[in-house]
Design a protein around this ligand. Structure first.
Ligand code: PBG
Length: 331
């Protein structure tokens, strides 16, 4: 390698055309998936105070939300349900008339194959205690009893027309249990997105408002310790072994190292979830006049792609896809 003055690294940065030519990472609408909150029993969309610009939608809004996302070219929508009633075992999750299952059917019809319909497969929105699984007599989250409920929830979501099921509960064996349940009833085409390396994170705070979480306590007995990188890689490999079609790292920004390590070794596609707290930080900092919002948004997404995510779940999915299409953001 030559050194300065023959080597001048600024040479390729000199003009927009040169920079565009040598950019290693790009962003396209298909790389983005929009999370959508659907709430039972409301008539008009409700703003979520902790997430400026994000709403809880009534079921009736969903066709328009899906239409806008499809028109923007995003890769999919990830649906979350906010039920009117919750109970100890999360019955609303397995009921075909439950809000999430109804939302899947409505979204699938509206999407008409133009984008993928994905659904959160977890009990926390449906249980009155707010945990991601059912509880044992001693109050702990019962892994194996939860798998049985996830299996039924998966079949209900597949029956409703979901393309991809997002397993976010962090129970051991959940991918295997869901794959077996789906295949047993002929849903072998439905794909599994495993939230493989999901950390016990403070950055889910705004989301818990969005789904009106009832959780008292934390999820540290099932979500990963933020201190552990190797364990995140192991989770991804185990989930791929169990049959996950895609593995995900979550949150994204604070775990780019884990994302890069998973991307290095994963035999399946690797996605990342830019979570509610990552969204809220930028929106609130921008509202306070502290940061150039539009540039910051794209910079975080590029960083997540650069670290190794092929697809990103982000609350900015439609907005950024529209800006990409309008040529305001370099693709
Ligand atoms: C669990 C789930 C959570 C998120 C997505 N799926 C919450 C949690 O684990 O507490 C968080 C997403 C976000 O913060 O944007 N169903």
């Amino acid at each position: 390698m030559t050194a300065f003055p023959e080597r001048r690294l600024r040479r390729l940065r000199a003009t927009p055309a040169l920079r565009r030519l040598v950019a290693e990472t790009d962003l396209a609408p298909r790389h983005l998936v929009l999370p959508v909150f659907v709430k039972e029993g409301i008539e008009v969309a409700q703003p979520i105070a902790t997430m400026p610009g994000v709403h809880q939608h009534p079921l009736a809004d969903l066709p328009a939300v899906v239409e806008e996302a499809a028109a923007a070219g995003v890769g999919g929508v990830m649906l979350f349900g906010v039920p009117a009633v919750r109970d100890a075992v999360g019955s609303g999750a397995t009921d075909p008339d439950g809000i999430l299952n109804r939302a899947i059917a409505v979204a699938a019809e509206a999407a008409a194959g133009r984008l993928t319909v994905q659904a959160d497969l977890c009990l926390d929105e449906f249980t009155d205690h707010g945990h991601c699984g059912v509880l044992a007599a001693d109050g702990s989250v019962d892994n194996d009893a939860t798998l049985e409920v996830y299996a039924r929830m998966a079949v209900a979501q597949a029956d409703a027309g979901a393309d991809i099921l997002g397993l976010s509960g962090m129970m051991d064996g959940q991918v295997r249990a869901v794959r077996a349940a789906l295949d047993a009833v002929g849903h072998s085409r439905v794909a599994i997105l495993a939230y493989a390396a999901k950390y016990a994170s403070a950055f889910y705070g705004p989301f818990r408002d969005a789904v009106e979480s009832t959780l008292d306590g934390d999820r540290r007995t099932y979500q990963l310790d933020p201190a552990n990188g190797r364990e995140g890689v192991q989770e991804a490999l185990v989930d791929a072994d169990e049959g996950a079609d895609v593995v995900m790292v979550k949150p994204a920004g604070p775990y780019l190292d884990v994302l890069a390590r998973v991307a290095d070794v994963s035999p399946v596609p690797v996605w990342a979830y830019q979570v509610s707290g990552e969204y809220a930080m930028i929106e609130h900092a921008a509202a306070a006049g502290l940061i150039d919002r539009d540039r910051a948004v794209v910079e975080t997404l590029l960083g997540i792609r650069r670290a190794g995510a092929e697809t990103i779940l982000t609350y900015w999915a439609v907005e950024v896809a529209q800006r990409l299409r309008a040529g305001e953001v370099r693709a």
